[in-house]
Design a binder for this molecule. Structure first.
Ligand SMILES: N[C@@H](Cc1ccccc1)C(=O)O
Length: 502
C-alpha cells in the first residue's frame, strides 16, 4: 500500500495491542503533533487506525507555587528556622524566627496558618515551639511540588492536589488527549508492506520557487478533520463594540470629541448647573487629584456667566442662591462622565464657536467611585453624544436612540422620566437583556436646560445623552455580569468566542 510519508510513519509507530497518545507518537516519529493528528485522522478514515479521545487533567504550578518549589513552603521554612533556634526544646520568640526564616510580607501569614494546620508545633502568646517529630520534608504538599513542576504531578492524591489548588499554588487544566491504535486492517496493511508515496502535504516556499509544485502530487485535504484550536490575538470584545458604535455614529452624521480624562470640576459639574453642594460632588463619588490639585486656567467670562447662573439664575429662571466658590470649581478629578467634553465643545472651547446644526459624540472612559457588582465597574466607557439644532423635541431624542440601537439589533427600548440638574425633560433608557429578559438601564439623556446653554452662549436647542458601552455590550453578547467583560475576573472563553456583528 502507498501512503503519504507522515501517514506511513504514524502507522508504523502505532500498535495494535496498546493505545499510544498523539504526543508519544509525535515524539517517536519526530513530527509535530498537528501533522501527526492530521495523519491519524486520515488513517482512521481509511480504516487503518482507531482514534480515541478522552479528557485528561494536567496540573501546573502557579507563579507562587514555582517560588515555593524553589525556596520551600513558607511553613517548612518557619519549621526549620525554629528547629535551628532550638524551639523543639524551649519556645522561641516569633519576631526572631520570622527574621531568621527570611519570610516576607504575605508569606508570614501563610507560614503561620499552615504551620498550625499541619501540626508542626504551637504558637502561643508570641512564642513558637515545634514538634521535633514532625517531618515537613515528607509533607505530602511539599512532596508534590517537584512532581508538579516536572509534569508528573497528576499522580498525587486528589486531597493533596485540592489543598494546593486552594492555596493558589497549583492550577488544573483539562486537555483533550487523543490516542491511536491499529485496526485489523491496519495490521494487515503493515504486514503487506507500506510504501511512501510522493505526496506533499503542504506547499512550501521552496516548492513554489523551484517549480516542483507543478509535478508533485498533493495529499487530499480533509476539511472535516478535527484540528487544534488556535486562539490568535484579537481585539477585545468591548473595543470591537466601541469601534462599531463609532462607525454607526459617524454614519449618522456625528463628529468625534476628545478631551482630558482628568478635568476641572468646572467642566465636569459647574458648567452643567450642578449645584456645588450636590451629593455627587462629595469625595464619596469622585476620584479627586491631589497633585496637581487645581486647574490653572478657566475661561474667565464663562466662569462669570456660570457663577451668575448658579447664584441668580438666568433670565426666566431662578438660581440656587447658595454660595459658589471658584476654587471649588477649579478642583481636578477623574471625570465621572464625558459630559465634560460636551461642555468644552458647546462652550466653543475645543474647536471654536459652533453654529447649528451640529452633532458630536465620544466613546471614552469615565471613572466613578461606585461599589463593584454585576452591573457596575469603577471605570467604564460612556457613549456621549449631543445634537445642536433649532426646535428639538423629545420625539427627536427618542427617534435618535431608536435608530441608534436598531443598528445593533436592539428594538425593545424603554424610556423612563428622570431628573438631572442639567437637562429638562430627562429620560433614562432601558433595554431588555437577551437571556435574563430583565430590563437593564442603558443610558441617561435629556434636553439641556437654558441654565446650562445660556452661559455657554448657545441659543438653540441641544439634546444630549450618556449611554454605557458595557451595558450595550451586555445586550449584544448576552453577558450577564459586566465583570466577565473586563477586569481581573474576565471569562477568557467568553472573550475568545463572543461575536460582535460588524
Ligand atoms: N451625564 C449623564 C448622561 C447625560 C449626558 C447628557 C445629557 C443627559 C444625560 C450620566 O452620566 O449619566
Amino acid at each position: 500500500m502507498k501512503l503519504p510519508r507522515t501517514q506511513a510513519i504514524v502507522l508504523e509507530a502505532a500498535s495494535a495491542t496498546e493505545t499510544r497518545t498523539i504526543d508519544t507518537i509525535a515524539d517517536t516519529v519526530d513530527e509535530n503533533p498537528t501533522a501527526v493528528t492530521r495523519a491519524a485522522f486520515e488513517l482512521e478514515e481509511a480504516g487503518l487506525l482507531r482514534v480515541d479521545e478522552h479528557t485528561a487533567e494536567s496540573v501546573t504550578l502557579t507563579d507562587e507555587g514555582e517560588r515555593y518549589f524553589d525556596d520551600g513552603l513558607p511553613e517548612n521554612r518557619l519549621y526549620w528556622a525554629a528547629i535551628e533556634s532550638g524551639a523543639d526544646e524551649t519556645p522561641v520568640s516569633m519576631g526572631d524566627l520570622i527574621e531568621q526564616s527570611d519570610l516576607d510580607g504575605s508569606e508570614i501569614d501563610i507560614a503561620l496558618s499552615n504551620f498550625a494546620r499541619k501540626g508542626y508545633g504551637t504558637i502561643e502568646s508570641g512564642s513558637v515551639s515545634v514538634d521535633a517529630e514532625a517531618d515537613p520534608d515528607s509533607d505530602p504538599e511539599a512532596a508534590a511540588l517537584p512532581d508538579i513542576a516536572d509534569g508528573t504531578g497528576g499522580y498525587h492524591s486528589a486531597d493533596v492536589l485540592d489543598a494546593l489548588e486552594r492555596r493558589g499554588l497549583m492550577s488544573r487544566e483539562k486537555t483533550s488527549v487523543r490516542s491511536i491504535a491499529l485496526t485489523d486492517d491496519g495490521v494487515t496493511a503493515l504486514m503487506d508492506g507500506i510504501e511512501v508515496a510522493d505526496t506533499v502535504g503542504q506547499v512550501t516556499p521552496d516548492l513554489l520557487t523551484n517549480g516542483e509544485w507543478q509535478d508533485v502530487e498533493f495529499a487530499d485535504y480533509n476539511v472535516e478533520a478535527d484540528a487544534e484550536t488556535i486562539n490568535g490575538g484579537k481585539k477585545h470584545v468591548l473595543r470591537r463594540i466601541g469601534d462599531r458604535v463609532k462607525t454607526v455614529l459617524v454614519g449618522m452624521g456625528f463628529e468625534e470629541m476628545d478631551g482630558p480624562h482628568v478635568d476641572a470640576d468646572f467642566w465636569i459639574n459647574d458648567a452643567l448647573f450642578m449645584p456645588q453642594d450636590h451629593p455627587a460632588r462629595t469625595h464619596w463619588d469622585r476620584f479627586a487629584l491631589s497633585a496637581p490639585e487645581r486647574i490653572d486656567d478657566l475661561p474667565e467670562d464663562l466662569v462669570e456667566r456660570v457663577r451668575q447662573a448658579h447664584l441668580e439664575g438666568i433670565e426666566d429662571g431662578d438660581g440656587y442662591h447658595s454660595p459658589w466658590d471658584e476654587e471649588f470649581a477649579r478642583a481636578l478629578a477623574l471625570r465621572g462622565h464625558t459630559t465634560s467634553l460636551s461642555m468644552r465643545y458647546l462652550a466653543g472651547h475645543s474647536v471654536g464657536t459652533l453654529e447649528p446644526p451640529q452633532r458630536y459624540f465620544s466613546v471614552e472612559k469615565v471613572y466613578r467611585n461606585d461599589t463593584l457588582d454585576a452591573t457596575h465597574l469603577l471605570e467604564f466607557f460612556q457613549i456621549e453624544g449631543w445634537v445642536m439644532a433649532e426646535d428639538l423635541s423629545v420625539r427627536d431624542l427618542m427617534g435618535t436612540f431608536t435608530e441608534f440601537y436598531r443598528r445593533f439589533g436592539i428594538t425593545d427600548i424603554r424610556f423612563k422620566p428622570h431628573y438631572n440638574p442639567y437637562t429638562e425633560p430627562s429620560f433614562e433608557l432601558f433595554g431588555r437583556h437577551p437571556t435574563t429578559d430583565e430590563l437593564i438601564e442603558i443610558g441617561n439623556s435629556g434636553l439641556f436646560r437654558p441654565e446650562v446653554l445660556e452661559p455657554l452662549g448657545v441659543d438653540c436647542d441641544v439634546m444630549a445623552w450618556g449611554l454605557a458601552l458595557e451595558r450595550l455590550a451586555m445586550l449584544i453578547t448576552g453577558a450577564e455580569d459586566i465583570r466577565d467583560l473586563h477586569g481581573t475576573l474576565t471569562d477568557l472563553d467568553f472573550l475568545r468566542n463572543a461575536e460582535v456583528i460588524h
